[in-house]
Design a protein around this ligand. Structure first.
Ligand code: R5P
Length: 293
């Protein structure tokens, strides 16, 4: 039974203080519902407004990629340094401790392997399972200009519909086919299509020329994809430029887990993304951490 003995009639309603209505910190996300914003805040750091996502979903079409042969050994130690982890539900359930990641971005499209036409993907996760896994977002590949362009767009729009129903944000991942030009014009097109069709954030590649026009013309946050392994200083420089040119962080895989020192590298990437430090300073931090006994 509730205890009424100590009820105190003196109350302070702070009548002269207006109720706080804090704007949500992410671009284009102010009109989203509470659950959706809460999930986005598990991916993007509310203080910096940015994210360091660690992408380890490669196996869904290319099997045990170098560096991901043993996720339990190679990836789990990196989790304290990642704001979010992008992966498949199979790898999440089998190899990731439930207490480890802050936000999980669940790979939700798939189908073809590297032996087939990659754009021929379908939705690969039921929203009920994503909820069961407490996913912070769903990720879907969009192949603009690809053979199965319309099908991949349809995957996105269907996931956006279920995501909106249950408060789960959708990440549109712009895939670049072998014969597609990687330039600002292409990425403006691809990112804008994802956002127009409802993606809550978009992942795309960095390009040296006019990347800022890609981020500026996309009304939702853009995270930079890592791409193939580069020397560490180059990868840090690319991440730095992307953030300076409007990216809301990075979603890097091979440039972290294929580094000579993955733990040092992810910490250096964090410095670039969350603290805006220069690439050469970040590289020094990488080397110091790498050489630490
Ligand atoms: C892109 O197609 C997939 O999401 C990849 O499996 C992954 O996210 C790529 O990461 P990275 O290019 O940084 O290794």
């Amino acid at each position: 039974m509730a205890d009424r003995d100590d009820m105190n009639d003196a109350k302070n309603f702070h009548l002269n203080v207006p109720a706080k209505t804090e704007p949500f910190f992410l671009k284009g996300s102010h009109a989203l519902d509470w659950g959706m914003q809460n999930r986005l805040a598990r991916i993007f750091h509310p203080q910096s407004g940015k994210t360091v996502m660690l992408a380890i979903d490669h196996g869904y079409f290319q099997g045990p990629t170098t560096g991901l042969e043993r996720v339990d050994i190679n990836i789990v130690p990196l989790l304290p340094f990642a704001d979010a982890l992008m992966l498949t539900r199979g790898m999440l359930r089998s190899s990731i401790p439930p207490s480890a990641p802050r936000g999980t971005v669940l790979r939700a499209s798939g189908g073809p392997s590297i032996l087939k036409e990659l754009s021929n993907e379908q939705i690969a996760v039921d929203v009920e399972d994503a909820i069961r896994l407490n996913a912070a977002a769903l990720a879907v590949q969009v192949f603009i200009g690809g053979e199965f362009e319309t099908q991949s767009i349809h995957n996105l729009t269907r996931l956006v519909d279920v995501g909106n129903r249950y408060g789960i944000p959708v990440l549109g991942v712009t895939a670049v086919g072998k014969n597609m030009t990687r330039d600002a014009r292409y990425f403006r097109l691809a990112c804008r299509i994802c956002a127009e069709l409802g993606a809550h954030f978009v992942k795309t590649y960095y390009i040296a020329e006019d990347f800022e026009t890609v981020t500026a013309s996309c009304p939702v946050p853009v995270v930079m994809a890592g791409g193939k392994k580069l020397p560490e200083l180059e990868a840090l420089t690319m991440a730095h430029k992307a953030v300076q040119e409007g990216a809301a962080g990075v979603d890097m895989g091979r440039n972290i887990f294929q580094s000579d020192a993955p733990e040092a590298m992810i910490q250096a990437v964090r410095k670039v993304v969350h603290e805006n430090i220069k690439p050469d300073e970040a590289f020094e931090i990488y080397q110091e951490l790498k050489n630490k006994p």
